[in-house]
Design a protein around this ligand. Sequence first.
Ligand SMILES: Nc1nc2c(ncn2[C@@H]2O[C@H](COP(=O)(O)OP(=O)(O)OP(=O)(O)O)[C@@H](O)[C@H]2O)c(=O)[nH]1
Length: 311
Amino acid sequence: MSESNEHSTPETQTRCGFVALIGAPNAGKSTLINALVESKVSIVSHKVQTTRMPVRGIAIEGASQLIFIDTPGIFAPKRRLDRAMVTSAWSGAHDADLTGLLIDARKGLDAENEAIVSKLPDVSGKKFLLLNKVDVVDKPALLALATALNERAKFETTFMISALTGDGVADVRTWLAGQVPLGPWHYPEDQISDAPMRQLAAEITREKLFHRLHQELPYQSTVETELWKEMKDGSVRIEQTIYVERDSQKKIVIGKGGQTLKSIGADARKEISSIIEGPVHLFLFVKVREGWGDDPERYREMGLEFPRGDT
Ligand SMILES: Nc1nc2c(ncn2[C@@H]2O[C@H](COP(=O)(O)OP(=O)(O)OP(=O)(O)O)[C@@H](O)[C@H]2O)c(=O)[nH]1
């Protein structure tokens, strides 16, 4: 295909970007991300409440790093919680460099998809169209659907794929690799496979921390996973640091005789262990980091904020 010479990009010309996939529930987002990322991480994350895990998977294609943002399925919200989920899906798209609209080609342009398409102009980055499940839809219907959708919104390109069989998925990855902005990779190569899990584990510990101490800690206190190591016996050793702003907060987190930290650790360990379905050894450290809140790179690593695609 036309973009294939992208592979000859010199090593220094790395690219990196955030890609959001949006679509109605059951359009096949999880299946597609699994196929794009080829890692067990996205399978695990399917079981986890989505908003906790902004980064769903990372793929490398040539000199490009593609970071897939998780978004919940978009549907017509009836309840308040539904509305929050849908808002979160759209905000994922607003933060991404590229947004792919995934359509279940069997369903075509039904009311649900019409509603999503009508909101697409509000998304600022580049948009592309993915007609999924081509394994079960005949060609004339696909072409008609592609035409109808392209008349309603501006897409850079249209892919016809089967996330299930993998048909056409490599073309999507190659195209994305050429589209994401020039820039350094956000994740070091040796952390790619477990970066989303590190982030999720940090988010879980952070949640337990605030559950215990929400009145005593400033919201900015945060957690980083420094080590994620799969051991020979099948267990995972995780080392995390809780960063606070002042010595007095450090004392609060540790608690009398270390009791508070111990119970936060026990809660977090239990939950991480149930998600990865295996034993976890969790080690928590508490450090004072002054002025850490000014460091946007740190925010990013922790998944608290997405960089905007304005490079
Ligand atoms: N025939 C066929 N089925 C597919 C394809 N892609 C996904 N599916 C099936 O469609 C169903 C929904 O797929 P998911 O990947 O879970 O969909 P999702 O969009 O992540 O769903 P939510 O998490 O609810 O938003 C599953 O039963 C998949 O096996 C495809 O290309 N062809």
